[in-house]
Design a binder for this molecule. Structure first.
Ligand code: MN
Length: 411
């Protein structure tokens, strides 16, 4: 396990800081209404990469001023590594350029964070063993909880890129067509069982056109963000058969503001869990391609205090993002720079490690305790925050909060 890399930005050197020199996550920011541009978090600061390029410290052909990381991703893996190496040198403790570079730092609290990249396509998977078992048990009974294909295929559906928003964007409770088990006819109205899904989003940084291997897929992933796949369970329950979720998940998906690169996560690679049945050869992992990332979900009611409602780990997933991406291309489906792959809800084996309220409250039957009340599903005014942290030797790699507040449905 690598150790903390020390920086001349002092706040980056504490063990609890989510953004040490080892991390260098990529985002897009503006200050006081300026044009959004690419930045990297270091300690409690954001370093303005467009500013660094204008001042001659970096040379990436203007890609850093575009207000999105797509151009850098498209430039290829060699350029990803060159940028990381250059920033690591410039920000290292003892760097001779420190005084001049400090002019390009902005305090995190002054930076407004924007969508870090343009989401070209969005696919969401269903790759958490515990989540699939829990939801399957509630919807179909424990006997038929796991569909017969689940242990063979990373199940997914093609979602909507148009409704992916960055952390901090308010979410409006959606309307939809709903029919409860005992209702004779469906009605149209606001969702009453609005939920979250704790996920990681993998970002495809290199295009492909035709089937690619799991190893190639791993190399094509630029980095990861926290992802909340907001889900209207009552709309979902009525619409999902036979083609899967549609309007239940199309209202909004929130992603975190910081893309943590695959390079930063390299020391935290772990294997997927033991296979319960052998996978077909095209899905075999040539090495550990999942990551050990501690995750939690906080819920804060309007005007209230936060309760951590779930703690789990990304390593609980049955399929890695590389396996999902390889499977996605297996029919020849082209993938584009900026393609976003949701992992599927990350639930652990414990009751307190479930990644959705549907599971935490067992379909609404067992309300959970929060500060000042109870919850079955998300209520108007609630703010949900996802957090993630890979814990190293004397440092940790954070993702920044992935937050969203639920607003009441429109009349
Ligand atoms: Mn999902």
């Amino acid at each position: 396990m690598t150790k903390l890399l020390r920086s001349w930005v002092e706040s980056a050197n504490s063990e609890s800081c989510p953004f040490p020199l080892n991390n260098l996550p990529h985002g897009v920011f503006s200050v006081a209404g300026s044009t959004p541009r690419c930045g990297t978090a270091i300690g409690g600061m954001v370093i303005d990469l467009h500013g660094l390029e204008e001042a001659g410290w970096l040379d990436f052909s203007g890609a850093l001023k575009t207000g999105s990381w797509n151009a850098v991703m498209a430039a290829g893996r060699g350029e990803w590594a060159r940028l990381r190496a250059r920033l690591t040198d410039l920000l290292a403790e003892g760097a001779s350029e420190a005084t001049a570079l400090a002019a390009h730092l902005v305090p995190m609290r002054d930076a407004q964070l924007h969508m870090p990249f343009s989401v070209t396509e969005y696919t969401d998977f269903y790759a958490g063993r515990h989540h699939a078992f829990n939801v399957g048990t509630m919807f179909r009974g424990a006997e038929n909880a796991l569909p017969p294909n689940w242990l063979h295929i990373p199940i997914g559906y093609n979602g909507r890129a148009s409704s992916v928003v960055v952390s901090g964007t308010p979410i409006r409770r959606p309307h939809g067509q709903i029919k409860g088990r005992d209702d004779v006819a469906p009605r149209f109205g606001p969702s009453r069982r609005f939920d979250i899904e704790l996920e990681m989003g993998a970002i495809v940084g290199q295009p492909s056109n035709g089937p690619i291997s799991v190893a190639e897929a791993f190399d094509n992933i630029f980095g990861y963000v926290l992802l909340n796949d907001w889900s209207a369970r009552d709309i979902q329950a009525w619409e999902y058969q036979p083609l899967g979720p549609f309007q239940a998940k199309a209202a909004a998906t929130t992603i975190g503001p910081w893309v943590v690169t695959s390079a930063a996560l390299e020391p935290f690679r772990v294997s997927t869990p033991v296979r319960e049945v052998p996978l077909l050869p095209y899905l075999h992992e040539p090495g550990p391609m999942l990551y050990d990332i501690a995750l939690e979900v906080g819920l804060t009611p309007e005007g209230g205090h936060e309760t951590i409602i779930s703690r789990t780990n990304y390593r609980e997933m049955y399929y890695s993002a590389a396996q999902q991406l390889a499977h996605h291309t297996s029919c020849g489906c082209p993938m584009r720079v900026g393609d976003l792959l949701g992992s599927g809800t990350i639930s652990g084996p414990e009751k307190t490690s479930r990644g959705s309220l549907l599971e935490l409250s067992w379909g609404g039957k067992e309300p959970i305790e929060i500060a000042g009340g109870t919850r079955t599903f998300v209520e108007d005014g609630d703010t949900l925050v996802l957090r993630g942290r890979a814990i190293g030797d004397g440092y940790s790699i954070g993702f920044g909060d992935c937050a969203g507040k639920l607003l009441a449905a429109r009349d």
